[in-house]
Design a protein around this ligand. Sequence first.
Ligand SMILES: [Zn+2]
Ligand SMILES: [Zn+2]
Length: 183
Amino acid sequence: MKMTVYLVQSAYQWYCSQKSKDDLGLPDLNRPNAKGQVDLFLGERFCRYNNCPKDSPATSTNNLRKHYADKHADITLASSGGRPSLQDEKDAVEFYVAIRDEYDAKVAAIAEVKPEIPRKADGTVHLTNMRKVARERGGQVPCEPCKDAEDSAGCCREENADRCDNFDLFATREGGSKGEEAE
Ligand SMILES: [Zn+2]
Ligand SMILES: [Zn+2]
């Protein structure tokens, strides 16, 4: 049996391993073709009907087709008969890769949100917590620039914010004044 291309694509395997369509940001269904029929991509498992509450994947594309027939009788799916063309397979791979790329971008954007610098009640840096979080986020204490300055003890201290790499791991306050700091 010849394994079709889209089945061995990692993006497709990733798509099939998803338990819920909520996080996937699936595109709307394709517009009906000239015959008024809607095309699915090869291998689709999740219903893309607008606001359909079915969140979980169908166990096969055939079962997904049955779901459309049962629940969304206002649309007609184009038949899946015959061997898929190379173009069909290409389109499907592009479809799954685009979904995964978008998902990855969303996850990366969330990870990019930096934490606030831990501060004590008086507003000064809470050194212990700052160093702990810096390490958790991949920073070193002391960081290289603080080591180079032979001031390991000064790492993560506010007065070294311009030098210390670990401040990059935290959100900066836009427009925040540093008071009387002489430049
Ligand atoms: Zn549905
Ligand atoms: Zn440092």
